[in-house]
Design a binder for this molecule. Structure first.
Ligand SMILES: *Cc1c(COP(=O)(O)O)cnc(C)c1O
Length: 382
């Protein structure tokens, strides 16, 4: 069975992890800063803060943005639940928003309609690896004084109008889950150009504890240079990434460009083969965007998606659906009263979509099998 996504691990990755295991550090040692600097450089951001997963990265970003009770944060309903859950972790209110069918990313006009005096931030998702409309979102953020968060779990290596995803929003989050562009098993990163945000996220990812010698001298208190003295100055979390995971990340990052190239190669092959099939709607691929091709979601004009899914299973291809929109998740329906037809574009897309396999370690032979199977499942030439 060919899955929709899979990690690509080689001998260098294994060697890198083995060396970490033999080192003095297993969790958050010197390798973390090396990985952070490499990611920051890759995405042209000033600061990068590694953490335990992409969801923790979103939580840290919301904490840095100061999201709290009473604050509203606009989030696209077409995303993984974590994009909205992070707002709830901070006791803020996620305000769901529809997407545009020609981008599958948040609709800037709809965002503007949802702004109230309580709106504090907007989280946009670079869906499938296709950048959101950051020029329009930045104008809106400036006009209404909002903080922009980019959930770029799909988009490491993507660019919008030549600018890398990673510093287009105030805070950008990445995930290193095995299906993402590079993996650390579990892992995440937040990038930002804002030093205050960066300092706060570093503090909060490790219990809110600082080494006391770094504290400012308080009144009547002399600066200590004893680095065993640790003080908790904020309520933080244990969101640390381990050195074992980081060793894998550093090794994987060296291959990112190659991975992206292979993903692109396969995506272009799919586009070429499927563009003549009327039944298939191809994923958005706008000219001014460097697509990271995290996933390849196709849609069907008239066929029943579930029937195609089942046919492909029988042919040895395990597809996936990205995603059940957040407003249709039982938890969100129960808690916020969202209903069917609240966000028509996301629902149209959801009913028609199917993510076919796309990852760097697919061989040409596997790609050919996927193409033939999809053609067979939809009825060739129709
Ligand atoms: C994968 C993903 C996340 C969460 O990342 P984890 O590392 O699995 O916690 C968040 N948002 C989107 C859009 C994702 O695809």
């Amino acid at each position: 069975m060919i899955p929709y996504g899979h990690q690509s691990i080689d001998q260098n990755d294994i060697r890198s992890v083995t060396e970490a295991l033999k080192s003095d550090w297993l969790t958050q040692g010197p390798a973390i800063e090396k990985f952070e600097n490499a990611i920051a450089q890759k995405v042209s951001a000033e600061y990068a803060i590694a953490c335990s997963n992409g969801t923790a990265a979103l939580h840290l970003a919301c904490l840095a943005a100061g999201i709290g009770p009473g604050d509203e944060v606009i989030v696209p309903t077409l995303s993984f639940a974590a994009s909205a859950n992070c707002v709830l972790y901070c006791n803020g209110t996620p305000v769901l928003c529809d997407i545009k069918l020609d981008t599958l990313t948040i609709d800037p006009d709809e965002v503007e309609k949802k702004i109230t005096p309580k709106t504090k931030a907007v989280i946009a998702v670079d869906f499938a690896g296709h950048s959101a409309e950051w020029d329009k979102l930045r104008l809106i953020a400036k006009k209404y004084n909002l903080i922009l968060i980019d959930d770029a779990a799909h988009a490491l290596g993507s660019k919008f109008k030549g600018e890398p995803i990673g510093s287009l929003a105030d805070l950008t989050t990445f995930s290193f889950h095995p299906v993402k562009a590079i993996t650390t098993g579990e892992g995440g990163m937040v990038t930002t150009n804002n030093k205050k945000f960066a300092d706060q996220m570093r503090l909060l990812r490790s219990h809110g504890i600082i080494i006391r010698s770094l504290l400012d001298v308080r009144q009547g208190d002399s600066l200590s240079d004893l680095d065993w003295q640790q003080e908790m100055i904020d309520l933080g979390y244990n969101y640390r990434l381990t050195d074992i995971q980081t060793a894998l990340g550093i090794s994987q990052l060296k291959k990112l460009d190659r991975f992206l190239l292979r993903r692109r190669q396969i995506a272009l092959r799919y586009i070429k083969e499927f563009s003549s099939i009327d039944e298939i709607i191809l994923p958005p691929n706008h000219k001014n965007i460097d697509h990271a091709w995290h996933i390849f979601p196709i849609q069907f004009r008239s066929l029943d998606r579930n029937e195609v899914y089942n046919k492909l299973i029988k042919l040895g291809i395990k597809c996936q659906v990205h995603y059940l929109p957040i407003h249709l998740q039982p938890y969100y329906q129960k808690r916020f009263g969202y209903k069917l037809e609240d966000f028509p574009n996301s629902e149209i897309y959801y009913r028609r979509c199917l993510t076919i396999p796309l990852y760097p370690s697919l061989t040409d032979k596997m790609v050919k099998k996927i193409i033939l199977s999809v053609q067979e499942a939809v009825g060739r030439g129709k």
